[in-house]
Design a protein around this ligand. Structure first.
Ligand code: COA
Length: 293
């Protein structure tokens, strides 16, 4: 889909890059020539991923153990990364989430999620942004959100609130930092099954994925990891640098499936549509018979 050197010469940090979607994006960036840094809380997991990706792509990758909820730790990590050469891109992918009735959440539970998604994302973005601005360096920030930023999401309120905050950051910084060469965009992925998210967010501890899970998705399936990797690479490439301040869904059209009053009419068959037409026609005949002109 892309030139194999699309991201050559770029150095990109992917937060939460050791597993799941972060690992997928890091892989795609390396395949396309980028040097990658990944961070997360589990050093062993990061190192295992780094060895795997270096072997698979022949590219350069560094690992950084950090809890992005701690601003000083973030600052130290970014200084360490910069010491071996500045970043050109940042992917805010690290997240935390669990299903819970909102009335059951303690303040600490809210903070556990908001600390990662809202605060942590800001700490990393700001530590990179300050350096890019001081050096007059062009850069790109991509944040991984969800379609909940438009719809809200019951039972995952701290995540929905925090991701909506990052969407606001994306739009705000696109305007504030855009004139100085830093663009900010976001992807709002729909269902892309990963172990980390699915083990926490699957309803009622159900084990297997079922086709019915996607019965209301216009594409009738989950997203494929590779599709997300390609989209992230596209947004990080200089060749489409005029995209700035966008939050773009990649969910098969799922969040629009409640659009208007008629989104569920896909389940009607030929006979149903015939009856619908007859219904309209009979009303038209009735109206006509009552017209005086
Ligand atoms: N329901 C309600 N409250 C919960 C909860 C749940 N499922 N899980 C944790 N909490 C509460 C705890 O009870 C605690 O509050 P309390 O002290 O008032 O009782 C608070 O949250 C913090 O819990 P703790 O286990 O100390 O949190 P933590 O900071 O170690 O970890 C996460 C919380 C979210 C960071 C953890 O689940 C995690 O590491 N997740 C990995 C990343 C992830 O979630 N990936 C999926 C992304 S979609």
């Amino acid at each position: 889909m892309f030139r194999s050197d699309l991201l050559k010469g770029k150095k990109i940090l992917v937060t939460g890059g050791g597993t799941g979607l972060g690992k997928t994006m890091a892989t795609r960036f390396m395949e396309l020539g980028a040097e990658v840094a990944i961070c997360g809380r589990r050093k062993a997991v990061l190192d295992e991923t780094a060895a795997e990706l270096a072997e698979a792509t022949g590219g350069r990758i560094s690992t950084h153990a950090v809890d992005i909820r701690v601003p000083q730790a973030v600052e130290e990590m970014i200084a360490e990364i910069w010491a071996s050469g500045p970043l050109d891109g940042l992917v805010n992918n690290a997240a935390g989430n669990f299903l819970s009735r909102t009335e059951d959440l303690s303040a600490r539970a809210f903070d556990a999620i908001a600390g990662i998604v809202l605060h942590g994302t800001f700490y990393v973005t700001s530590a990179c942004g300050r350096r890019w601005l001081a050096e007059g360096r062009k850069a790109s920030v991509l944040s991984i959100l969800t379609t909940w930023v438009w719809t809200g999401s019951p039972y995952t309120v701290p995540s929905a609130m925090s991701k909506a905050g990052v969407a606001a950051m994306t739009q705000s910084l696109a305007v504030e930092w855009g004139p100085r060469g830093i663009r900010c965009n976001a992807i709002a992925p729909g269902p892309f099954p990963t172990e980390g998210a699915w083990e926490r967010l699957r309803i009622g501890g159900r084990k297997a994925e079922s086709k019915d899970d996607y019965a209301t998705n216009p594409m009738r399936r989950a997203g494929e990891q590779r599709e997300l990797g390609n989209f992230a690479a596209f947004l990080m490439a200089d060749e489409c640098a005029y995209i700035n301040g966008e939050v773009i869904a990649m969910d098969g059209g799922a969040w629009l499936n409640n659009a208007g009053n008629y989104a569920r009419l896909w389940s009607l068959g030929d006979d149903d549509w015939k009856r619908m037409r007859e219904q309209v026609q009979s009303q038209n005949v009735k109206d006509k018979s009552q017209r005086s002109v």
